[in-house]
Design a binder for this molecule. Structure first.
Ligand code: NAD
Length: 502
């Protein structure tokens, strides 16, 4: 594992981790170049043989020990998340807790989901036993973002490990310390395992790009859609399969029969917590006209008292990535230019690394603030004439990650009409906390799923084995010895099996 390097480093080969609230340097890391990345993958491949050969029960023991180690070191981990990412320590604790839930679920359910299964061979192949077995892929490359630096990559790391793969993880350059901490906890909890089961490589995009080309058996990426597209194009050269968890522009539908106060409370939190830097955070709201005034007033009332900061009382922290501040400013200005009304805040809400909540009402649907991911503590609210219009506008987005519906009577029915990967009914983001539910999106939000049974299957390959138990005399179908009478018999059997539907 790559460790923090305290020796002075040449700037070109080092990465400096900085506190986004204060600009203070936290640590310096040596950047892993192409050769170092290839060496990490080669070491992981050797370790994968040992790790992949363990029983599910043995891997479960190692994964749960990792979880316990994270709990033991939770104070230090939450301090580090607060310092390097900026979010409040309590939010850091919740993030860690969610990651622990997923580690436990993946470890405990891997055997049930991935164990060998017998499949019916069908009438024509009834002399065969059909086995479906899932094998580990080998080495999985994981590239992560910074917004939920533990929880988000964990959806790939824990599930890939539980499925019997070794992992090589490149954390975001904005959360390098956190990525190294999590991997060190795995090694510390499992000293008897060979080096290389869980390796970290450090660096910027170039290190990630080298990982894509380093011969991994699958590349699991979480980050922006633009980077996801580059990774998929690069992975095509070697037909390396990819899992892409990308951006979102999630909508909340507030129907006429919604609990307005509950919906407003959830939208206020879902849009601004973590400084709005949540892939499945609330970015757009479509509210029925019969309750729109009451709803907007309630969201405004709640958010008026919500303040960002770095102290213990702050509701959320600074923007983690300085360049995102310009995108948020551009979206707010563009929304106002396109007919939107800022009923709370505006461009003046941007104060250094902090952005206070901004509510934009009835912004043009073609503006960037409605079409592109803002990733800041802002929300657009549009009044609609009923559920049909809300569904149509929700589905118009090129993204399709999460969504939410507030309705007392038709929540599930409305949810089923949305072209997205996940929906919460009468809550926001709750699907992400239910380990058995897969997470991922449609369209520009990505390809594939983390979490749940599909999240384990993503990191394994099916191996189909057909075993002939006995030969049926006169039924040698896959042989040149096939006879005319066999074909005669088949011409009777096939219409009987397949030709009677009216
Ligand atoms: P990003 O795309 O800038 O970077 C993500 C990672 O990719 C980083 O580790 C980065 O170093 C690496 N990278 C950059 N260029 C690369 C290249 N050419 N080849 C390989 N790797 C490269 O994204 P970000 O700013 O870190 O994260 C924010 C984005 O992540 C938002 O769009 C957010 O919606 C998305 N996100 C999605 C999910 C999800 O599950 N769908 C979860 C969290 C965040």
């Amino acid at each position: 594992m790559t460790a923090t390097d305290t020796a002075p480093l040449d700037q070109a080969e080092s990465l400096t981790s900085v506190n986004p609230a204060t600009g203070e340097t936290l640590a310096t890391y040596r950047i892993d170049n192409e050769d170092a990345v290839r060496a990490a993958v080669a070491k992981a491949r050797i370790a994968a043989a040992t790790w992949g050969a363990l029983t599910f029960a043995e891997r479960k023991k190692h994964l749960l020990r990792w979880g316990s180690k994270l709990v033991e070191k939770s104070d230090a981990l939450c301090e580090l998340i607060h310092a390097e990412n900026g979010k409040p320590k309590d939010d850091a604790y919740l993030e860690m807790m969610l990651a622990l839930e997923h580690i436990k679920w993946a470890a405990s359910n891997a055997e049930k989901v991935l164990k060998p299964k017998k499949v019916s061979p069908g009438a024509l192949m009834s002399n065969f036993a059909a086995h479906l077995e899932q094998r580990p892929l080998g080495v999985v490359g994981v590239i992560g973002p910074w917004n939920y630096p533990v929880y988000t990559p964990n959806g790939s790391l824990a599930y890939a490990l539980a499925a019997g793969n070794a992992v090589v993880f490149k954390p975001s350059e904005f959360s390098t310390g956190i990525g190294n901490f999590v991997a060190a906890a795995f090694a510390e909890a499992n000293p008897e395992l060979p080096d290389g089961v869980f390796t970290v490589i450090n660096g910027y995009g170039a290190t990630g790009a080298a990982l894509v080309k380093a011969g991994v058996d699958k590349l699991a990426f979480t980050g922006s859609t633009a980077t996801g597209k580059k990774i998929m194009a690069s992975a095509a050269d070697t037909l390396t399969p990819v899992l892409l968890e990308c951006g979102g522009k999630d909508a909340v539908i507030v129907a006429a029969d919604a609990d307005v106060k509950a919906a407003a409370d959830a939208v206020a939190w879902g849009a601004t917590s973590n400084s709005g830097q949540t892939c499945a955070g609330v970015e757009r709201v479509y509210v029925d006209k019969s309750i729109a005034d009451e709803f907007v007033a309630e969201v405004k009332r709640i958010l008026t008292d919500i303040k960002p900061g770095s102290d213990d009382k702050a509701s959320y922290g600074p923007m983690t990535m300085p360049s995102q501040i310009d995108i948020v400013r551009r979206h707010i200005e563009d929304a106002i230019k396109n007919g939107g009304k800022a009923v709370l805040g505006g461009p003046e809400s941007i104060k250094g690394p902090y952005i206070e909540p901004v509510i934009l009402v009835d912004t043009d649907e073609s503006s960037d603030a409605v079409c592109e991911e803002t990733f800041g503590p802002t929300v657009t609210i549009r009044t609609v004439n009923g559920v049909d219009e809300a569904v149509e506008l929700t589905n118009k987005s090129k993204y399709g990650l999460g969504s939410a519906v507030y309705s007392r009577k038709q929540g599930l029915e409305i949810a089923r009409r949305l072209n997205v990967g996940c929906t919460s009914v009468n809550s926001v983001l709750s699907y992400a906390a239910i380990s058995g539910l897969p997470f991922g999106g449609t369209g520009d939000s990505g390809i594939g799923r983390i979490h749940g049974a599909p999240g384990l299957l993503e990191f394994s390959r099916p191996h189909s084995i057909a075993v002939q138990r006995f030969a049926i005399p006169g039924m040698a179908l896959l042989s040149y010895s096939r006879t005319e009478s066999t074909m005669k018999m088949l011409r009777k059997i096939v219409p009987f099996i397949h030709g009677r539907a009216k």
